[in-house]
Design a protein around this ligand. Structure first.
Ligand code: SF4
Length: 410
């Protein structure tokens, strides 16, 4: 289990190699995690699993948003009892999240879930953990060993926990806590490996972005099991996104991480959307659908840019499913340079929009016609791409500004 060999595996996205830390590969239903597989995006349902219709609806919404894997909590017998029906009506692999009651894991495996998430530390009896391991082995499904900062010490003894936590943080935030979590991971791995079970994924989540980076860098050095990245209790989307992207973006850009879950105290679809956008931004996933870039606006703005951008984004989401890069720029000062490389671009000018497609100027329309015309051009380009008549990003787009304006910003 222990490895000092940092092996990097190229993965080709847009025909360019992206180097990722080599890990073992596991299979979660039809989704490969680790090895040369693409980084997958997960989420977890926020509603009750035993509320079958609502749970299925939420899983299907997450699937539609692009989730590769969805986890559900199964705290009670009525939750695992719902799994057979749920599994029959969803298309993504389902992970059963088990705490405290090993029988819930056995019931979930019996129902046919594709993976179990387990924190061995909160299942009191080693034999019970062994029973789950053996059952997963028989079913040939993986287990994620999930250690969270809140569960590394015995929760039943709160005073002891407080004293321990105080000592962890006495001389800053790293040190003891990280050491203790790593020790827990090693301790749990010993249990699994002693039963010759290596169909494993690891996570060790904290809420502090810097600590999450430190933790996973350390896990990556020590173990070659695939890593599930996440920031625990990250908060609402507004702040949780910053915390999550800071940690996960840093790790992924170092080649660390095989599957991710961004977690928000908010609609779970946002977790999936933001996870996918993070992977797209780092070229770790081939984009499906349009990519919108837009200037931030400034005192040179010549149209109502924010409203235009909102409307363009909504329309592109509905109408475009090839990765056209679309630029919406508020003027012609910096716009052309910043839109270079875009397949379709509009530059505002004096309550007008000058529209370019693959570097060619195709229209000059009034402000209230920009949205419709831009969409017409995007759809026409999409059709040409689908017919194989052109390739996106193929033409070097060098746009010469139609006006010369003094000034510079952005
Ligand atoms: S100068 Fe830049 S930020 Fe300002 S309106 Fe033009 S493109 Fe937008």
């Amino acid at each position: 289990m222990y490895t000092n060999d940092l092996v990097w595996l190229p993965q080709f996205i847009y025909n360019r190699p992206v180097y990722r830390r080599k890990t073992r590969q596991i299979q979660v239903g039809n989704v490969k995690v680790g090895g040369d597989a693409s980084v997958s995006v997960q989420s977890m349902t926020a509603g009750y699993t035993h509320d079958i219709d609502a749970c299925i609806a939420e899983i299907n919404r997450l699937t539609k948003a692009g989730a590769d894997i969805v986890r559900v909590a199964v705290p009670e017998r009525k939750d695992t009892a719902a799994l057979t029906e749920i599994l029959s009506q969803v298309s993504v692999p389902i992970v059963a999240d088990v705490h405290f009651h090993f029988k819930r894991a056995l019931e979930a495996i019996e129902a046919g879930v594709q993976k179990i998430r387990l924190n061995p530390g909160n299942i009191g009896d080693r034999e019970q953990v062994n029973a789950v391991i053996d059952s997963c082995k028989d079913a040939n499904i993986p287990i994620r060993i999930g250690v969270n900062e809140g569960s590394v010490v015995e929760r039943k003894d709160k005073q002891k926990r407080q004293a321990e936590l105080a000592s962890f943080f006495a001389d800053r935030k790293q040190g003891h806590l990280l050491a203790m979590m790593i020790a827990k991971v090693e301790e749990y791995l010993d249990i699994f490996e002693s039963r010759d079970f290596q169909n494993i994924c690891l996570s060790a989540k904290l809420m502090d972005a810097r600590l999450v980076i430190d933790m996973y860098q350390e896990l990556s050095k020590r173990f070659d099991y695939p890593l599930h990245l996440g920031v625990t209790h990250a908060g609402p989307r507004e702040t949780g996104s910053i915390r999550s992207i800071a940690a996960l973006g840093s790790l992924l850009s170092q080649g660390i991480g095989d599957t991710i879950r961004i977690s928000y105290a908010s609609d779970t679809v946002f977790e999936v959307e933001d996870g996918i956008e993070l992977l797209n931004s780092l070229d770790l996933r081939t984009r499906i659908g349009a990519e919108l870039i837009a200037c931030p606006s400034c005192g040179r703005i010549q149209v109502d840019l924010f409203e235009l951008v909102d409307n363009v984004r909504a329309q592109l989401e509905n109408e475009i499913d090839v990765p056209i890069k679309v630029a919406v720029m508020g003027c012609v000062v910096n716009g052309p340079g910043e839109a270079e490389g875009a397949d379709v671009a509009v530059f505002a000018g004096d309550r007008k929009g000058i529209i370019y497609v693959q570097g060619e100027r195709v229209a000059n329309v009034k402000e209230d016609e920009i949205l419709d015309r831009l969409l017409v051009e995007c759809k026409a380009l999409q059709d040409r791409v689908r017919r194989g008549e052109t390739k996106l990003g193929d033409k070097a787009v060098t746009i010469v500004a139609p006006l010369t304006v003094e000034g510079n910003t952005t």
